[in-house]
Write a protein that binds this ligand. Structure first.
Ligand code: DGL
Length: 277
């Protein structure tokens, strides 16, 4: 059983792609809707909430958990691994959605201790993310140390996750996104060749980002990159490949299931959430 965690419904953008790429795996999705958004919280809160949510997924039988939340992954993953996971759950794994993005941009396989460098990777990249992810500088630091010729401009998008979770209209979302894109373009010296939507809620509004960005800017799609990376991980670690001929999906929330806004933009059907006990 693979656990997928997000602060809210954004991780459904990753889950939809995972279910296509890994059709014989069972998933448990957990959204911490009661405490979302995370992106405007402190690092300590994000760390402690993420640890609790991972523990919940372990307790429900997951041996592999994907942090389908860039905020949680960029801020808490390394600290959780160093302080807690390795000592208490050496046989379990927690992966973060930012790592496959860094790999895709740098052309280098992730190696924490020996990152390596690729001087040939030299794009001009804009990263849209939550305020906490941008403040962590994780994308910037991890990409630049591997690909020093890459130019990165990070743009924080306060309020966007809350608006998506609330089911704001396309008009409202398009306005917000245009403001963030304009601010990023003003800051970057050259036209960005690539954009990372570094928050799993943003692929749900990818068309609105695409409309606001210059035609030359390619959006690097996190759900498909993460899904193929996880498929590769499972192929290399068959102990996590629990083949299920009738795979299941359970979705839990810390909030009130009735209060979760059904998001029309979720690919396929918005799943039914159960209250986490
Ligand atoms: N989907 C989360 C992310 O990828 C949103 C964080 C939040 O709740 O602000 O960062």
């Amino acid at each position: 059983m693979i656990g997928i965690f997000d602060s809210g419904s954004g991780g459904l953008s990753i889950l939809a792609q995972l279910r296509k790429t890994l059709p014989n795996q069972s998933f448990i999705y957990l959204g911490d809707h009661a405490r979302a958004p995370y992106g405007e919280r402190s690092g300590d809160e994000i760390y402690s909430f993420s640890g609790e949510m991972i523990q919940t997924l372990f307790d429900r039988g997951c041996s592999l958990v994907l942090l389908a939340c860039n905020t949680s992954a960029t801020i808490a993953l390394r600290r959780l691994q160093e302080d807690w996971l390795l000592d208490h759950y050496p046989e379990k794994r927690v992966l973060g959605v930012h790592i496959p993005m860094v790999e895709a941009l740098t052309g280098l396989k992730w190696n924490r201790d020996n990152p390596g460098t690729n001087d040939a990777a030299g794009r001009n990249v804009v990263v849209f993310a939550t305020p906490a992810t941008v403040a962590s500088k994780t994308y910037q630091d991890e990409i630049q140390k591997r690909a020093p010729n890459t130019l990165i401009c990070e743009q924080s998008c306060p309020g966007l996750v809350a608006a998506i979770e609330a089911g704001a209209s396309d008009e409202v979302l398009a306005d917000l996104i245009k403001g963030f894109v304009d601010a990023a373009l003003k800051k970057s010296s050259n036209l960005p060749g690539a954009a990372i939507l570094g928050c799993t809620h943003y692929p749900l509004v990818e068309d609105l980002f695409s409309a606001a960005l210059p035609d030359e800017t390619e959006i690097i799609c996190q759900p498909s990159i993460v899904a193929s990376s996880l498929a590769g991980y499972i192929a290399r670690h068959p102990e996590f490949d629990i083949f299920d001929s009738s795979p299941s999906l359970m979705c839990f929330t810390t909030g009130d299931p009735e209060a979760i806004t059904p998001l029309a933009r979720v690919q396929g059907k918005m799943p039914k959430f159960e209250k986490l006990n």
